[in-house]
Design a binder for this molecule. Structure first.
Ligand code: HEM
Length: 455
C-alpha cells in the first residue's frame, strides 16, 4: 500500500515536502495556519511520507498505513514519546501516558485489568445509569449543548470507572482544574509553547495553583479509599493493591499521577467522540432511524448486560465512523530516539514524527468518498479487508490506548440510549467546525434540538 511520491527531493532518502520559507522570520516563527488543512495538503501534494519545516525544525509526517504501522509497531523501539507526552509530565508526572521503558511496562500491567472485558462488564450498569440521569435532565428542554452535556457525562463515567465511584467533594472545581490542564497541553504544542510556559506569567502561576489543587483533591480521595478499604474492579483499587517486584505498595505519588492521567486521557476524548458522532447522526436521518430501531429493540427488554457491544452493532458502527471523520486524537506523535528509517526514508535522531488518524482516515485512496458519513464502512466484512492501520483512532502497538474498550462501550451505549429517547436536529447557528488542539474539538458550542420520541 505504499504511496509513490510525486516529487522526490534530490536526496532520495529524504521524504519529499516543502522547502524552508524564504522569509527569515518564518524560518524561526512559523505562520499560523489551519493544522488539519495543512496536513491534508501535505499528503495530497507529496504522498504518504513527507518532511516539512516548522520554524527552525523539520517534522516528518507518515500517513501511509504501512509506514504508520512501522512507526507505531514494527520500529516502536526507535521512537520515543513526542512533545505532547512530555507536556503531560507537567500535569501527571510519570503516569502511564508519559512514562517509558520498564516503568511504563509495569504500570501498564497494573492498570490494564481495570480495562479488561470482565471489568468493563461491571461498568455497563453505571454507564446506563449516568446516561439515564443526563437524559432525564433533557425532559422539557428544547435544545441542548452537546459539548457540555457529553463532558459532564464522561466525567461521571470516569468517576465510576477510574475512581470506583468515590465521589468528589469538589467535582465542579475539579473539572475546572482539569480544563486548565488540557489548556496547558494545547499551549505546549505551539512552537513557542515550551518557552512561554516557563515564564513567570499570571497564566503560568494559575496553572501551577490549579495543578497543586488537582493533586491535593486526588490525594484526599486516595487517603479516603485506603481508609474505607472498599474493594472494586476500578483502576484506583488496582493501583492501591498493586505491589512492586519487592512486594512493596506503589508510592501514593505514582498512584495519584496515574489517576490524573487516566481521568484526563479518558474523559475529553470520549466526550468529543460522542459529540461529533451525535452531530453527524443528526445530519443523517436514515442512519438515526436505524439507530433508534436497534436501540428500542435491544433496550426495551431491560438492561444491557455485559454484551452491550454485540447487541448494538449499528451503534458501534456509527461511533467508529464518527471517529473516522473526527478522530479525537488527530495526530499521534513521536521523536526519533536514534537515526532510523521508515519505509525508504531516513529519519534522523531527534526528528519530530507524526502519524495522523485525521489524514489517513480521509485518504481517498483508502476511503471512497471520504467526506461522506457511512457507518456501513465498519461492517465486519468491510473491516476485514482493510489495512490494520487504515483506521487507528486509538493508536497502536505497545502504547495503544489502554482505555479503548471502555471508550467503545461507553460511547456505543450512550449513543444508543440518547437516540432511542430523542430525535436530534441541528438547532441553527453556524455548523460546528474543527479546532485541532491537543484533541479535535468542535470550535464552539454545538446546539442540538432534542425532540422526545415517545410522548
Ligand atoms: C474515544 C476515546 C479515546 C480516544 C480516541 C483515545 C485515543 C488514544 C490514543 C490515540 C492513544 C495513543 C497515544 C500514543 O500512542 O501516543 C491513547 C493512549 C492512552 N489512552 Fe486513550 N483514547 C480514548 C479514551 C481513553 C479512555 C476512556 C482512557 C482511560 C480511562 C484512556 C487512557 C489512555 C492512556 C492511559 C493512554 C496512554 C497509554 C500508554 O501509553 O500506554 N483513553 N489514547
Amino acid at each position: 500500500m505504499s504511496t509513490a511520491s510525486p516529487t522526490r527531493s534530490s536526496d532520495p532518502r529524504v521524504p519529499p515536502g516543502p522547502s524552508r520559507p524564504k522569509n527569515p522570520l518564518r524560518r524561526v516563527v512559523p505562520a499560523r495556519r489551519d493544522r488539519l488543512a495543512g496536513m491534508t495538503d501535505l499528503r495530497r501534494h507529496f504522498g504518504g511520507a513527507v518532511r516539512f519545516p516548522v520554524g527552525p525544525l523539520w517534522f516528518y509526517l507518515f500517513t501511509d498505513p504501512d509506514l504508520t504501522q512501522e512507526v507505531l509497531v514494527a520500529k516502536a523501539d526507535d521512537f520515543e514519546l513526542g512533545r505532547m507526552h512530555r507536556a503531560m509530565t507537567a500535569i501527571a508526572g510519570d503516569g502511564l501516558f508519559s512514562s517509558t521503558g520498564d516503568l511504563h511496562r509495569r504500570q501498564r500491567r497494573i492498570v490494564q485489568p481495570a480495562f479488561h472485558r470482565s471489568a468493563i462488564r461491571t461498568y455497563v450498569a453505571q454507564i446506563e445509569h449516568s446516561t439515564t440521569q443526563m437524559l432525564d435532565g433533557w425532559v422539557g428542554v428544547d435544545r441542548v449543548e452537546l459539548v457540555d452535556e457529553m463532558t459532564l457525562l464522561t466525567l461521571d463515567v470516569v468517576t465510576d470507572t477510574i475512581l470506583g465511584g468515590e465521589r468528589l467533594d469538589d467535582a465542579d472545581a475539579m473539572y475546572d482544574r482539569m480544563a486548565v490542564g488540557v489548556d496547558r497541553l494545547d499551549k505546549m504544542l505551539t512552537p513557542l509553547g515550551p518557552l512561554l510556559t516557563r515564564l513567570p506569567s499570571r497564566s503560568n502561576r494559575a496553572f501551577d495553583t490549579a495543578m497543586s489543587e488537582l493533586r491535593a483533591s486526588i490525594e484526599a480521595l486516595i487517603a479516603r479509599r485506603r481508609e474505607e478499604g472498599r474493594e472494586g474492579e476500578d483502576a484506583m483499587w488496582a493501583l492501591l493493591t498493586a505491589t512492586d517486584e519487592d512486594g512493596a505498595p506503589l508510592p501514593d505519588e505514582l498512584i495519584r499521577d496515574e489517576l490524573i492521567t487516566l481521568a484526563l486521557a479518558g474523559q475529553e476524548t470520549t466526550a468529543i467522540a460522542l459529540c461529533w458522532t451525535l452531530w453527524l447522526v443528526s445530519q443523517n436521518p436514515d442512519v438515526e432511524e436505524r439507530l433508534a430501531e436497534e436501540a428500542e429493540a435491544v433496550l426495551s427488554n431491560g438492561g444491557l448486560g455485559g454484551d452491550a457491544m454485540e447487541r448494538l452493532p449499528w451503534a458501534r458502527q456509527c461511533l467508529e465512523e464518527g471517529m473516522r471523520l473526527y478522530p479525537p486524537a488527530w495526530v499521534v506523535s513521536r521523536t526519533a530516539a536514534r537515526d532510523t528509517t521508515v519505509g525508504d526514508w531516513d529519519v534522523p535522531k531527534g526528528a519530530n514524527v507524526f502519524t495522523s488518524p485525521w489524514v489517513t482516515h480521509r485518504d481517498p485512496a483508502i476511503w471512497p468518498d471520504p467526506e461522506r458519513f457511512d457507518p456501513e464502512r465498519f461492517h465486519p466484512e468491510a473491516i476485514a479487508v482493510r489495512h490494520r492501520f487504515a483506521y487507528f483512532p486509538f493508536g497502536g502497538g505497545v502504547r495503544k490506548c489502554v482505555g479503548s474498550a471502555l471508550a467503545m462501550v461507553e460511547g456505543t451505549i450512550a449513543l444508543a440510549m440518547i437516540v432511542r429517547r430523542y430525535r436530534l436536529r441541528w438547532a441553527g447557528g453556524p455548523p460546528p467546525s474543527t479546532n485541532a488542539q491537543l484533541t479535535l474539538r468542535p470550535s464552539g458550542p454545538v446546539w442540538i434540538s432534542v425532540e422526545p420520541r415517545t410522548a
